[in-house]
Design a binder for this molecule. Structure first.
Ligand SMILES: Cc1cc2nc3c(=O)[nH]c(=O)nc-3n(C[C@H](O)[C@H](O)[C@H](O)COP(=O)(O)OP(=O)(O)OC[C@H]3O[C@@H](n4cnc5c(N)ncnc54)[C@H](O)[C@@H]3O)c2cc1C
Ligand code: FES
Length: 273
């Protein structure tokens, strides 16, 4: 291809147009949640999201739950029109992607410091690729505490990964009410006091879940001595373009699709209220 043609191809590229990708596998996680493994060579960072679409159905923003050579995974809860249709996808089918979009967890800042990851329900999905990264590169952080909370035994996601993480991280897995071997009982907020932030020379805390969960977990961490500039959250906001043009995701002057979905808590605290 000559230089002029390359230039024209780029100029004609419309970042709103999705491209077809093959589904390499489907895992049913729970009654309503499922993981799609999708073929792609795109460069993706932990915490980013794609716009997934089905022709004549619609488009939805979904975080990557795993990033590996040649594929990414998405873990989706079927809640409505598009996600309900995605539930019918099978291995070998094709879906449409544009992205990746948004910023990512600052992995470079996490290296060499203790890391605490606290996630609730489907909030485990956006942090799963970060956990898998540090599972594979365990030496990059002195310690990794992972607290995951689910509503009940039927809501537990990523059972295989949770077992692997137990081997290399300090884990607390919890169900809101159910008593099940391997799980504590209670909300994730109740387990934060088991982390002694003052023991760390330096650290980062990642909190992902429903807004109310992130709010209370962050308050609990502050109570236990964590500083707000060491805490990170990830937001799910209704989106449309995902490229800063439509304003659907705006909270005050902040574009969640561009400035987020990952925010330092010192910024996020005003967005969470
Ligand atoms: C950055 C980002 C990352 C996301 N990552 C994931 C993910 O990894 N897995 C996942 O299952 N979902 C994720 N979501 C939420 C997902 O995009 C919505 O559930 C989806 O858009 C619903 O579309 P639908 O057509 O199936 O439902 P609709 O028929 O449009 O709506 C069904 C219900 O879901 C609500 N809803 C619609 N859109 C959103 C939204 N964006 N956020 C919250 N509630 C919504 C509606 O108000 C309604 O109550 C993410 C959202 C964002 C913004
Ligand atoms: S989704 Fe359109 S501006 Fe953010």
């Amino acid at each position: 291809m000559n230089g002029l043609l390359v230039h024209e191809t780029r100029a004609n590229h419309n970042e709103m147009i999705p491209t077809a990708h093959e589904v390499l596998g489907v895992v049913r996680e729970t009654e309503t949640e499922f993981t799609l493994r999708v073929k792609t060579d795109a460069e993706v960072h932990h915490g980013q999201f794609f716009q997934i679409s089905l022709p004549k159905v619609g488009e939805v923003p979904i975080s990557v739950s795993a990033i590996e050579d040649g594929f990414v995974e998405f873990t989706i809860r079927s809640v409505g029109k598009v996600t309900g249709e995605l539930l019918r996808i099978r291995k070998g089918d094709r879906l449409f992607l544009r992205g990746p979009y948004g910023n990512s967890f600052p992995i470079h800042q996490f290296r060499g410091k203790d890391l605490v990851i606290i996630a609730g329900g489907t909030g485990v999905s956006p942090v799963r690729s970060t956990l898998r990264y540090f599972y594979q590169h365990r030496g990059e952080v002195p310690s990794l505490h992972f607290i995951a909370g689910f509503k009940d035994d039927n809501s537990v996601l990523f059972r295989e990964d949770l077992e692997l993480f137990r081997q290399r991280f300090d884990t607390i897995y919890s169900l809101d009410h159910d008593k099940v071997p391997g799980f504590e009982v209670g909300f994730v907020t109740e387990h934060v006091k088991q982390i002694t932030f003052t023991d760390f020379s330096d650290y980062n805390v990642v909190i992902v879940g429903p807004p109310v969960m992130m709010h209370y977990v962050a308050l609990e961490c502050l109570k236990e001595g964590a500083s707000e500039d060491k805490m990170w959250v990830s937001f799910e906001r209704k989106m449309s373009c995902a490229i800063g043009k439509c304003g659907h995701c705006k909270i005050d002057e902040t574009y969640v699709c561009l400035d987020g979905p990952v925010f330092n808590y010192s910024v996020a605290k005003s967005l969470l209220d």
